[in-house]
Every structure is written in structure tokens, then in C-alpha cells.
Design a protein around this ligand. Structure first.
Ligand SMILES: Cc1ncc(COP(=O)(O)O)c(C=O)c1O
Length: 352
């Protein structure tokens, strides 16, 4: 990443990325409130005001008190808003980005949409690197907000596009002045976002919590949330939820059709998560669970929310009735972008 920022921000901030606390979060830099009057700092402070705590709702479920945390209430519509905001903020605090920065990221989904909206708001350029699997809704959104969208076409050796996208990101970073790669797969600021924001909200709302079920892709969410919740509720069990065909927990990667949970690589951030158990869910189960969430519980949520709910239901069978635990799962995004896939019965019959 090229961090040749030559604006006031850089003059006021000492960059000390190598200093990290016990959680691995970077120390050093200044707090956003201490950064002087650049447009970027002012707009980031405004952006902070739009990120409010998300609600949780209780769902009827035998044998437990079950709560869904509705992350689709975030301003751009998903849990990725938190990581996008926090990564930009921390990069500004450390002087790694300034008003001239071009942000670059490989994402075909929620993270790109969050970055597109937030970089637009704070006055930075953003080039998303996407692939042919992107949903039409996301691609339209990105093309409305970003003057340049780079779409790779060649699959990598896993049959997916992640490696090709990352190669393209590196190429762009090497050629575009003041490029900054947010690197959602390895950026500890994403972990810190969920430690400080998502998990802190849960801690404020619950006196006790026995289980939390979290879908995994980059592992930023589970790493940040698990670390904070284990501090607050030492006996909590953190259940990682992944999709069959994902490589995150050691399986051979194969073609998956529902974006959100799952990855064709083992994400770097996974090593920061505190996980007690792993549940793998098929895409068919995800579809059924999304439908049940909508028709039985009134929640119109995206694929990974269904994956997490399917894991709760599978796990429920193992929990002794006398335990009657308090359980939470995260609803990472809304169902709307999945209308032509997960919520289309004809599409779903084509799944393995
Ligand atoms: C809908 C949805 N759910 C879950 C996740 C997983 O979150 P994380 O990347 O923090 O592991 C993502 C990540 O992109 C997502 O878009």
C-alpha cells in the first residue's frame, strides 16, 4: 500500500503500526477527535454519528431464550458497515490515508458497498475489485457510486475468483498514487471494530449470555466479538458457523452459490478468534432457514443469517432442557439482494 499522504493529517500523526495491545489492536496514532481540521477527519466524525447500536429481537424457540441481533439496521445495510468505518477511521488516525487517498478493495458484496458509501461521504476515491459472481443489485450500487469498478473475469485454481481479485488489487496498489488497500482479510482494525462496536453493544444489552452463533468469512466479526464476549461472559460458548464447501475450517473448497459466510481460503484473522465449536451448514439448509425466519419469525434476512439460524436449530437438539440457555445469532444483512436466489424456490432446487 502506498501511504504517501502529504496533507496536514500526515504532519500531525506519528505512525506506529507495529505497537499492538494484548488483543493485537494497533496502538499509536491519535484519536479521531484530536485530528485537526482535514475534510476527511471532519467527515469521519459525521459518519460516526450515523452508526448507532443495532437492535436485538427475541424469537420464539423451544428450550432457549433466542435473540437475533439485526445488523441490517446499519446505515448501508450490513454488519460490514462497522469494519468499513473503523478501518477508515483508524487509518486516518494513523496518518495512513488523507484527502488524496484512493481506497482499493477486493469485495463482491457488503464490504464493497459499505466502503463505496463511506468513501463517497468522506471524499475519497474508491475502486472496488469485483467478479462475475456479484449480485446485480450490488454491482448497480457500486457503479452508481464509484467512477471506476474493476471486474476480473478469470477464475483462479479453486474455480473461484478471490485469488484473481487479490492479484488485481496488488497491481492497482502498485500503480495508483496514494493507494490504500483496506485488506479486509488481514486487517486487525476489522477485528477491533467488532470488539469495540458490535460486541460492546451486546455486552450493554445482556447480563448473561450462554451461546453466540456467528457466520464466518474473513473472520473479522467472530474474532472481535468472541474476544470481547469471552471477557464479559467467561463461560459463553462461541459457535463458528460456516457453509459446506468453504475452506475456512479445513475442508476442500468447492463452488458455493450464496455469498456471505464461507471462503475459498483460510482467512488470516481466524487465528484471533476464540471459538468453542464449528457447525457446517449446507446451502439447502440455509435456504430453508431463511424461509423459516421470514415466514415463522417475520425476519427478512440474508443467507448468512439463515446459515447461523440453521446452526442454532441443529445445536438446540444437543442442549439439555434444564439448561434453558440465552442464545444469540447475528443477522448480518437483509434478504433483498437474495430475492432472486435464496428466496426463489426454482433457483433453490438447483442446489446440491
Ligand atoms: C452477509 C455476511 N454475513 C457474514 C459475513 C462474515 O463476516 P466476516 O467477514 O467478518 O467473517 C459476511 C462477510 O462478508 C457477510 O457479507
Amino acid at each position: 500500500m502506498d501511504t504517501n499522504c502529504s496533507l496536514p493529517l500526515q504532519r500531525t500523526i506519528v505512525r506506529e503500526p507495529e505497537r499492538r495491545d494484548d488483543n493485537g489492536f494497533a496502538k499509536g496514532g491519535k484519536h479521531l477527535d484530536q485530528i485537526s481540521s482535514s475534510r476527511l477527519a471532519t467527515r469521519l466524525r459525521e459518519l460516526r454519528n450515523t452508526l448507532r447500536p443495532t437492535p436485538h429481537v427475541q424469537l420464539a424457540m423451544k428450550g432457549m431464550d433466542l435473540f437475533a441481533k439485526l445488523e441490517y439496521v446499519n446505515p448501508v445495510g450490513s454488519i460490514k458497515d462497522r469494519a468499513a468505518y473503523w478501518i477508515l477511521r483508524r487509518a486516518a488516525e494513523r496518518g495512513e490515508i488523507c484527502d488524496q487517498t484512493t481506497v482499493i478493495e477486493s469485495s463482491s458484496g457488503n464490504f464493497a458497498c459499505a466502503l463505496a458509501a463511506f468513501t463517497h461521504l468522506v471524499g475519497l476515491r474508491f475502486i472496488p475489485v469485483i467478479d462475475p459472481n456479484i449480485s446485480g443489485t450490488y454491482e448497480s450500487f457500486l457503479r452508481r457510486l464509484c467512477p471506476t469498478v474493476v471486474k476480473v473475469e478469470d477464475p483462479d485454481d479453486t474455480g473461484g475468483f478471490l485469488k484473481t481479485r487479490l492479484q488485481k488489487v496488488k497491481q492497482l496498489c502498485a500503480t495508483i498514487p496514494n493507494a490504500f488497500w483496506t485488506n479486509q482479510y488481514g486487517n486487525l482494525d476489522a477485528v477491533e471494530a467488532h470488539y469495540e462496536l458490535t460486541a460492546t453493544e451486546i455486552c450493554a444489552d445482556f447480563d448473561s449470555l450462554d451461546y453466540v452463533f456467528i457466520g464466518v468469512s474473513t473472520a473479522g466479526t467472530i474474532a472481535g466479538v468472541s474476544r470481547r464476549l469471552k471477557e464479559r461472559y467467561p463461560n459463553i460458548r462461541v459457535i463458528a458457523v460456516d457453509t459446506e464447501g468453504s475452506a475456512i475450517f479445513g475442508g476442500a473448497p468447492r463452488r458455493r452459490h450464496i455469498p456471505g459466510a464461507g471462503s475459498s481460503i483460510v482467512p488470516q484473522l481466524l487465528s484471533h478468534a476464540k471459538i468453542d465449536d464449528i457447525v457446517l451448514i449446507s446451502e439447502r439448509e440455509t435456504v430453508q432457514a431463511c424461509s423459516e425466519l421470514l415466514t415463522t419469525h417475520g425476519l427478512f434476512v440474508g443467507g448468512s443469517s439463515g446459515t447461523a439460524f440453521a446452526a442454532v436449530k441443529r445445536y438446540a437438539a444437543r442442549i439439555p432442557a434444564y439448561e434453558h440457555p440465552t442464545v444469540m445469532f447475528l443477522c448480518a444483512d437483509r434478504g433483498t439482494p437474495y430475492l432472486d436466489t435464496v428466496f426463489d424456490p426454482a433457483w433453490a432446487t438447483r442446489l446440491e
